[in-house]
Design a protein around this ligand. Structure first.
Ligand SMILES: O=C(O)CCC(=O)C(=O)O
Length: 448
């Protein structure tokens, strides 16, 4: 056999192979290494980003570190918000609060007690006229030639800043770690019931977890002890692939910058229908509340009128009809649109964790054929995210049927639980209920 040459492994996995991985529905998270070495942004620091953005402000979400002892989730609606330039943010990061300039908008939040997160910012808004920067975010390295910074979101946060545990109902996600370190705790879709899903606070396409995964209340959420996290700390230059419907809790371990793009999939038509049902129920119920204080809404979201909601529902029904449902589609070509705000303005996981928990599948420079994807020589550049043991030692014997779980894994609110409008909306918008309503709607419409 011919000896393998030093350069037998090409520098990168071929873009088309990555594209196929993503859109053919690779069902576990992987980290790509050395794929964005040619992005100028991998050299960014908070200081160099400040030089690019100059006097432009971004909105920071500010959370208290005291929350670390709390058992509940620190929702985005419970945070504070301030607009600040990156210069002010850097001053806040690097100096004691007494040394900060009087006009620094972050001055009242000492970094010893608070974290700051400019999260979920569309790059197209932040870098408006800097087409050079937008174009330099080359998702073409991953086979998405029509995507760059214009279809991306940037996240700039201090140590401790985090995003509540949730999953995105649309598409899959590619996340590039640009600067600093970020810890991702991921959970497979079949563990949904163990994460106690909720649609309040409401945000289109985000299903949140009631569990504070860093300090879970196991009395209230007993099934969570059986959930199995896949934990990965992203280093600068890493790109994480988050498969469709995987839960994630994300935390900056150091001051960090990341850029991501959500890739919509044809299979999202079912999700779009379900989302339109959730929107309709939530908004309509919200308008029947005595006080319309917006407490059911995530700060990123807006309420829409019953007429608009009905239009969304009709449009979603039309698309499922046209695409003739998920079963026939598989995951097709991405339709390459952004999710959420931009749109507003205009398989089932069955594998059991035991089989997923095998150690890293594709590892350092052993060249091997993987996943029948024609990635024969490149395995040093892709790493399967490892499954860790459960967050708490497993004691109960929870069964695997998702439906059974949703019965078993009901939240134990003790005596506190009172029937309320909010609880009713939670039940009506529970993912398993909405799935049934959507299927029934499709069935009824197909008979007409
Ligand atoms: O980086 C974060 O804090 C959260 C990112 C996230 O939720 C996502 O990319 O879907």
């Amino acid at each position: 056999m011919a000896a393998r040459s030093e350069n037998a492994c090409p520098n990168r996995i071929p873009p088309e192979a990555v594209r196929r991985l993503a859109i053919d529905g690779l069902t576990y998270p992987v980290v790509f290494k050395s794929m964005i070495d040619d992005w100028p942004s991998v050299k960014w620091t908070n200081e160099s980003l400040a030089e690019i953005l100059l006097d432009q402000t971004v909105k920071f979400r500010i959370g208290t570190r005291k929350w670390a002892d709390e058992k509940g989730v620190l929702w985005e609606r419970d945070c504070m918000y301030r607009n600040a330039t990156l210069y002010c943010y850097n001053e806040w990061l690097n100096k004691d609060s007494e040394q900060l300039s009087e006009d620094n908008p972050l001055k009242e939040f000492p970094s010893t007690d608070y974290w700051c997160y400019a999260d979920y910012k569309y790059m197209a808004h932040v870098f408006q006229d800097r087409t050079d920067i937008l174009k330099s975010v080359k998702w073409s390295n991953f086979g998405f030639a029509d995507r760059d910074g214009t279809e991306s979101t940037i996240w700039i946060g201090s140590e401790g800043s985090h995003t509540p545990c949730h999953f995105d109902t649309y598409g899959c996600n590619l996340v590039a770690q640009i600067h600093g370190k970020k810890k991702w705790s991921l959970f497979a879709p079949h563990q949904t019931a163990m994460l106690y899903p909720t649609r309040i606070p409401y945000e289109e396409s985000s299903v949140f977890s009631h569990v504070n995964i860093t300090n879970p209340d196991l009395k209230k959420h007993p099934c969570f002890q059986d959930a199995t996290p896949y934990v990965i700390t992203l280093q600068p230059g890493d790109v994480l692939y988050v498969p469709r419907h995987w839960w994630h809790f994300v935390e900056c371990l150091t001051p960090a910058i990341s850029i991501n793009t959500w890739i919509e999939l044809n299979v999202d038509n079912q999700a779009r229908l379900e989302e339109s049902i959730v929107r309709l129920i939530t908004c309509n119920m919200m308008s029947s509340k005595n006080t319309n204080d917006g407490s059911w809404l995530n700060p990123t979201e807006e309420m829409t009128s019953p007429e608009v909601n009905l239009e969304y529902l009709k449009a979603a029904m039309k698309s499922v009809d046209e695409k003739n449902t998920e079963q026939n589609q598989g995951q097709g070509e991405p339709v390459c649109k952004m999710r959420k705000t931009v749109q507003k303005s205009e398989q089932k996981e069955s594998s059991k964790c035991s089989s997923e928990c095998s150690p890293v599948a594709m590892h350092s420079s052993q060249c091997q054929t993987s996943l029948a994807l024609n990635i024969t020589e490149c395995s040093s550049f892709i790493e399967k995210v490892k499954c860790t043991s459960s967050i708490r030692e497993s004691t109960s014997n929870v069964q695997d049927s998702e439906n059974q779980r949703s019965v078993e894994c009901t939240e134990d609110n003790g005596k506190e639980c009172e029937t309320s409008l909010e609880l009713l909306v939670e039940c009506l918008t529970h993912p398993s209920v909405v799935r049934q309503v959507a299927d029934l709607l499709k069935e009824k419409c197909s008979k007409k």
